[in-house]
Design a protein. Structure first.
Lengths: 290, 257
């Protein structure tokens, strides 16, 4: 009787949340897969039939292949810059800066999580545009006008994306660096390793899980982004994400949009599945010597 | 490596913070600038903030955003408490699976989730609108709420609750007298974060907003695409400052506990 009541209690605690997720996340994803194989949206009594046209359209046109490559390049560049810029930052907070400054720096890195990514992307327009702040500075220094107009270029999109995802990378690397026992590093140095050697052979390998986690957290959303490319890239910002947006807000080819989104979802799934393995391996590696 | 002194790391960290904050600070400064073209020299003026008070569309969108964020905060936090309690205090088969199921709403790009929702909600006749946006917002903020509360709960002992139960307290008394006070900082942090996730949510609202109904981020996006006005700077400045205030409050709360 008690066990039964406990069981019922457990179910009533869990059911509402998972029913909500089932209705708002998992059922929609299934529906998206089904719709991607239809000729039209089966809403309002329209006659539809099963077809793979949406996928053959994607596979047969060079345009979509080029865009996919561009989107992946966008994700990879964003990830690379985030790791290169973020690692020394995380190292500074975890291992160099101490005391009050350390917690202040940490707070300043995580604060952007609480702000709107749209507003942060928008703020770059003001900095990068032709009449913007950078150009005013250029004019002030008597450089030729218009020489630094990078708004609505691919570079502007990358800057916006790095700005958006850098805090995630710094945070994940910081967490893995902070866990490393300083005595390990001291031990390496007392055994004759110089600072570079102890960094390359102790600190860096132990922090790789954090680097990997940050890279995945950056690569997935930046490859599938549409807002930053749209706001900062203009016509040079056309990527898979913006094409998907178009299918729903201007072209109204919902089933093709569903197919594109499903292809993106498969890519995301493969990366997550592959990295779950790698992450676990990295974790084993990080237990240190075992 | 020998040349990398602590001072150089501090300088580097400072530069990264400039990269993170300078654009928003420039935007905030420009919202107080008289020139609509962001021209310098800077002339202090509150005209863009005054203009906001006459912008009915923006005011209405702000009302929708606040309403959605509050409703989302209440529901996501309650569901989050229930789920976190079950996951932290009960042992059962399938727990790992339930934990894993909380990841997709966070890991899958919101663009994909938003259009998937749009398709299903249209198919079942719910269509676009504030109720659909609300369902979507709760779905993506719930996992964050669960993780924040779970982190707090796993740091506390269940022995206190067992003690209360063995002394004759019922499950509800135990919950309100022991468990809730224990996890309260986590619950408040989860509530504030859920509020922010919804208030700042652009992608899901954008695809689920019918013509004529919008939220603040959706309104800002369409204004940016139509050609930007300094009014956007003013509303963005207010929104950003408000988010930062909430964040600092939440971080303090979690740290003091």
């Amino acid at each position: 009787m008690r066990a039964l009541r406990r069981r019922l209690g457990l179910i009533s605690l869990l059911f509402p949340s998972y029913a909500w997720l089932a209705f708002a996340i998992f059922a929609p994803l299934m529906m998206m897969l089904v719709f991607s194989f239809l000729s039209d949206v089966p809403i309002g009594g329209r006659s539809v039939h099963w077809t793979a046209d949406n996928y053959t359209k994607f596979l047969s046109k060079a345009f979509y292949f080029k865009l996919s490559v561009k989107s992946i390049r966008m994700g990879l560049l964003t990830t690379a810059f985030c790791v290169i810029v973020g690692y020394p930052m995380a190292y500074a907070i975890a291992k160099v800066i101490r005391g009050r400054w350390k917690s202040a720096m940490f707070l300043l890195v995580i604060l952007p999580f609480w702000s709107s990514s749209l507003i942060r992307a928008y703020s770059w327009i003001i900095v990068l545009r032709q009449e913007g702040v950078i150009n005013s500075l250029v004019l002030a220094f008597h450089l030729p006008p218009g020489s630094v107009s990078i708004l609505f270029t691919f570079a502007a999109v990358i800057i916006g994306l790095v700005h958006a995802y850098l805090p995630y990378v710094v945070l994940t690397i910081y967490v893995s660096l902070d866990r490393i026992d300083d005595t390990l590093i001291q031990a390496a140095q007392s055994l004759g390793a110089n600072r570079l050697q102890s960094f390359l052979r102790v600190t860096l390998p132990l922090s790789l899980p954090g680097v990997l986690a940050g890279a995945i957290l950056t690569f997935i959303p930046s490859t599938g982004s549409f807002m930053e490319p749209r706001v900062l890239g203009g016509t040079s910002g056309t990527v898979i994400g913006t094409i998907i947006e178009d299918q729903f807000v201007s072209v109204f080819n919902w089933t093709f949009g569903a197919a594109l989104a499903f292809i993106l979802l498969v890519v995301v799934g493969i990366i997550l599945a592959a990295s779950a393995q790698a992450l676990r391996r990295a974790q084993v590696f990080s237990i240190g010597g075992r | 490596m020998r040349r990398l002194t602590p001072a150089s790391f501090v300088v580097y960290a400072g530069l990264v913070l400039v990269f993170l904050y300078a654009p928003v600070l420039v935007m905030m400064a420009m919202s107080f600038n008289r020139s609509p073209l962001y021209q310098l020299p800077f002339q202090f003026d509150l005209r863009w903030f005054v203009a906001l008070t006459h912008n009915q569309r923006l005011l209405q969108a702000t009302g929708n955003s606040v309403l959605l964020a509050l409703a989302n905060m209440v529901v996501a936090t309650i569901l989050g408490v229930m789920t976190a309690l079950a996951l932290a205090r009960h042992q059962f088969r399938g727990k790992t699976l339930l934990n894993v199921l909380l990841v997709p709403p966070i890991a899958i790009p919101w663009l994909i989730l938003a259009i998937a929702m749009l398709l299903l909600f249209n198919f079942v006749g719910l269509g676009r609108g504030l109720p659909s946006m609300f369902i979507g917002h709760v779905a993506v903020s719930l996992p964050y709420a669960v993780f924040v509360i779970l982190a707090r709960l796993s740091g506390t002992e269940s022995t206190l609750e067992e003690g209360a139960m063995s002394l004759g307290a019922g499950p509800w008394t135990t919950f309100f007298k022991i468990t809730l006070p224990l996890m309260l900082p986590g619950v408040i942090a989860a509530a504030l974060f859920s509020f922010t996730v919804s208030f700042d949510n652009f992608v899901i609202s954008y695809f689920l907003a019918p013509p004529g109904v919008s939220t603040l981020p959706v309104e800002i996006y369409s204004a940016i695409r139509k050609g930007f006005t300094p009014e956007i700077n003013a509303i963005s400045t207010i929104t950003f400052a408000f988010s930062m205030l909430l964040a600092v409050f939440a971080v303090r709360l979690v740290r003091e506990a």
